[in-house]
Design a protein around this ligand. Structure first.
Ligand code: FAD
Ligand code: A2P
Length: 300
């Protein structure tokens, strides 16, 4: 099954740029992708990577080294971000890389002071032309399968949509000689409110154009479960348990989960219920899926 991957491991570009000698890209685009009154601020960022050797594949991440020093006077450490563009970039010219970044800000529960995340605020404040230190790419496992007939189930919360935007663009938007997707794609996407549905228009256009792309939202602060609770992604999945169980039986169904670490327990719960009808233990089944490279998790 491992050979069904996009590339053999030695073909996957990794750590072309390391933290001691990062690539310096330039910000080409910094666009807010949530509504004016949305809780939080998430941005689509596009960087110019021409003039260097940086290459990457869908599903990989890059490191960003924010400028400045930490409280101990040491240079800031890099933060990882999932790549939101395909290997060809948003302009299709192999010259850019894109990210979806949520600005981290929260109130310190003890002091009541606002705390601003170092790297996400650096990124979200970038102006056109600003320099960005980039490392990587990293990640050899969260890559989509090369089988064009595969069923690909994608489960995202918030900025966890980033790698799936890349998957979907490769599957449905770009034309390739060596890869024409003829399988089925199903995206479950969890966000707090309608105006935090990142890439809503792009996703819905793809859904409208391609009958083999299914899109299901879980809008936690607007939709409720039958028992009146917040609609989380695992609740939306549970509504389709028979179908999901059927798909997971096929050995060319691949599942990818990206976003909030907190969703993992809920998804395990939903999957336990998906399996229980067949008398199968989810933890055993999940182990088999992982062994076959058919269950991928990238949460943070
Ligand atoms: P920092 O200055 O590093 O502060 C973060 C720290 O603040 C946390 O470690 C925690 O100690 C504390 N903290 C955070 N929230 C709270 C809270 N509510 N209450 C109290 N303390 C808190 N992020 C994206 O936006 N988009 C992505 O596509 C993305 N992809 C990722 C992929 C991977 C593989 C990984 C590991 C992470 C990814 N992240 C992504 C997260 C990203 O790496 C950073 O962690 C994030 O941007 C915050 O970094 P920062 O420098 O702004 O915050
Ligand atoms: P909520 O914040 O309403 O509790 P974002 O990263 O943009 O905040 O989106 C994350 C989404 O994931 C939100 O809809 C959030 O809901 C939801 N969420 C929060 N905790 C969990 C959890 N444990 N399981 C699944 N979804 C969750």
């Amino acid at each position: 099954m491992a050979q069904a991957k996009e590339k053999s491991k030695s073909d996957i570009p990794v750590n072309i740029y390391r933290p001691n000698a990062p690539f310096v890209g330039r910000c080409l685009l910094n666009q807010k992708i949530v509504g004016e009154h949305a809780p939080g601020d998430t941005r689509h960022l596009k960087f110019d990577i021409s003039g260097g050797d940086l290459r990457y594949l869908e599903g990989q991440s890059i490191g960003i080294v924010p400028p400045g020093t930490d409280a101990k006077g040491k240079p800031h450490k890099l933060r990882l971000y999932s790549i939101a563009s395909t290997r060809h970039g948003d302009d299709g010219d192999d010259k850019t890389i894109s990210l979806s970044v949520k600005r981290l800000e929260y109130k310190n529960p003890e002091s009541g002071e606002m705390v601003y995340g170092v790297c996400s605020n650096f990124l979200c404040n970038l102006q056109h032309g600003d320099a960005v230190q980039i490392t990587g790419p990293v990640g050899t496992t969260f890559l989509p399968p090369s089988d064009p007939k595969a069923t690909i189930i994608m489960i995202a919360t918030g900025t966890g949509i980033a790698p799936f935007r890349a998957f979907l663009w490769r599957m449905f938007k770009e034309q390739h000689e060596d890869y024409q997707f003829q399988g089925n794609a199903w995206l479950f996407f969890g966000v707090p409110t309608t105006d935090t549905l990142l890439y809503k228009e792009e996703l819905e256009r793809l859904q409208y154009q391609h009958s083999n792309f299914r899109l299901d939202y879980a809008i936690s602060r607007e939709q409720k479960t039958d028992d009146g609770k917040k609609m989380y992604i695992q609740n939306r999945m549970a509504q389709y348990k028979e179908e999901l169980w059927g798909l997971l039986q096929k050995d060319n169904t691949y599942t990818y989960i990206c976003g909030l670490r907190g969703m993992e327990d809920g998804i395990d719960e939903a999957m336990t219920s998906v399996c229980s009808k067949a008398g199968v233990e989810w933890s055993d089944f999940q182990k088999d899926l992982k062994k076959a490279d058919r269950w991928h998790v990238e949460t943070y």
